[in-house]
Design a protein around this ligand. Structure first.
Ligand SMILES: *Cc1c(COP(=O)(O)O)cnc(C)c1O
Ligand SMILES: [Zn+2]
Length: 445
């Protein structure tokens, strides 16, 4: 039996569309779409058979199965020919045992999923490989797609630019002028994307790119395009795979546009439906206190939701006031007995720096998730005997200003409690010796 997947409206209308149609929302009711899989052929294999298949393919060289995404191709996107897959062996990232940090905060079974150890330095690669592969497939099938475009807070554009450059497909990126890090800006520039810097915020870029794509027949690569969610959903499956198919008690993930938290839930749900796991973890979505529309809604039991104007935050990739995937995220959090927590600038900066002192190198968004973890431990919501996974969404090397300015004590409104500075000393033996022994005490564990 052949594997089948299609787009389906998440609203009651349930309208279906083929995966190779150029469509992002339901034509009938305007609702968001999701990718649905025919579970019947997938159920022809038992849960343990799937586990073995995934295990045997993991990080191997057999094209395209060494990719964490395409090693689960049947569950993700069976509709693309292997020849049209655009992959940079994404996924398969380290699940870091944060042993020292865990002991410090009283939850020793703590793990950090390092999604930033990826081609373009963020988890966005997990979804972009699926989207760009589908574009390549559609082009091979004769569809006219002159270019692919996205709005971005920095990481989506970097990922899109890299995958498009690798496939030889033109990319256009809409960026909020001066609101992303120089490292993120130089990625699409280097990868030869047509880069537009717009005098607005992310939400403003999003509005423009949607209209532009609709009117000019350009393919839209934002996460309302649910092909990306299919790739991103493997992160939860991969985490349980890395624990030999044991499900952790908690998974904590930072959220902005809320595609990733929806994706996490979708993958785990599928793993349970197909007999690979037996229970659910609880999910925590962590937001910046300066861009917290989901948190506000959570405080009201998800009874209501109001978009807001996101304020400037160090966690720039989640500086979003009107998240596209809000409905999917709320459904997911209800299903996973979820919690939403927030972090102030002070909390996220200190959390990232504190964890860095145990060998990590965290981006500010991971700082948000870690700060949420610290707060939930303090409130005894998360207990000391529980297994916790924090999803680190980007590589800290993409946010050097954040880290440099923290240690220079130059972040506005942040007191750096975990500051470290270089000791400037003349290049003379006795002075060096003096400087070392005057300071070494501070560095003892
Ligand atoms: C995109 C992104 C997020 C947020 O993911 P959403 O799907 O928008 O919620 C978090 N962290 C980083 C580093 C990102 O690039
Ligand atoms: Zn519909």
């Amino acid at each position: 039996m052949a594997y089948k997947a299609w787009f389906q409206c998440i609203a009651d209308c349930g309208e279906k569309y083929p995966l190779n149609s150029i469509i992002y929302e339901c034509k009938k009711c305007g609702g968001l779409l999701e990718v649905k899989h025919d579970l019947a052929p997938l159920r022809n294999k038992s849960g343990s058979t799937w586990k073995k298949i995934f295990h045997d393919r993991y990080l191997t060289n057999t094209w395209p199965y060494g990719s964490g995404i395409w090693g689960k191709k049947e569950w993700v996107c069976p509709n693309v020919d292997d020849d049209n897959i655009v992959s940079m062996l994404e996924g398969g990232t380290n699940l870091f045992w944060a042993e020292r940090l865990g002991h410090e905060i009283g939850v020793p079974d703590l793990w950090i999923k390092l999604c930033g150890n990826s081609h373009s330095g963020s988890f966005k690669d997990l979804g972009m490989t699926v989207l760009v592969s589908m574009v390549k497939q559609m082009k091979a099938d004769g569809k006219k797609i002159p270019a692919v475009a996205c709005a971005s807070t920095g990481d989506t554009s970097a990922s899109l630019a890299a995958y498009c450059a690798s496939a030889g497909i033109p990319a256009i990126v809409f960026l909020p002028y001066k609101k992303i890090s120089p490292a993120q800006l130089i990625q699409p520039i280097s990868n030869n994307a047509l880069t537009l810097a717009l005098d607005t915020d992310f939400d403003g870029c999003m509005k423009l790119v949607r209209e532009f794509c609709r009117r000019e027949n350009i393919y839209l690569a934002n996460s309302m395009n649910s092909l990306r969610i299919e790739g991103q959903k493997t992160v939860g499956i991969e985490i349980v795979q890395q624990f030999d198919w044991e499900v952790p008690d908690w998974i904590i993930i930072p959220g902005g546009n809320l595609g990733n938290v929806s994706a996490l839930a979708k993958g785990i749900t599928m793993a349970k439906d197909l007999g690979v796991i037996k229970k659910f973890p609880r999910i925590v979505c962590a937001q910046s206190a300066r861009a917290n529309p989901l948190y506000q809604s959570y405080l009201k039991g998800f009874q209501e939701f109001h978009p807001l104007k996101a304020k400037k935050t160090l966690a720039s990739a989640i500086q979003i006031g009107n998240p596209v995937s809000i409905k999917k995220a709320i459904t997911a959090l209800k299903q996973f007995d979820g919690i939403v927590e927030q972090a102030t600038e002070q909390e996220l900066a200190d959390a990232a720096a504190r964890a860095d002192r145990t060998g990590l190198f965290n981006c500010p968004h991971t700082g948000v998730a870690l700060a949420a973890l610290f707060k939930l431990i303090k409130r005894k919501v998360i207990r000391s005997d529980e297994r916790v996974v924090v999803i680190s969404t980007a590589n800290g090397l993409k946010f050097p200003e954040f880290k440099i300015r923290y240690h220079q004590n130059k972040l506005k409104g942040v007191v750096p409690h975990f500051r470290n500075q270089p000791v400037v000393v003349p290049a003379e033996y006795e002075k060096v010796k003096g400087a070392v022994f005057r300071n070494l005490e501070k560095f003892k564990y």
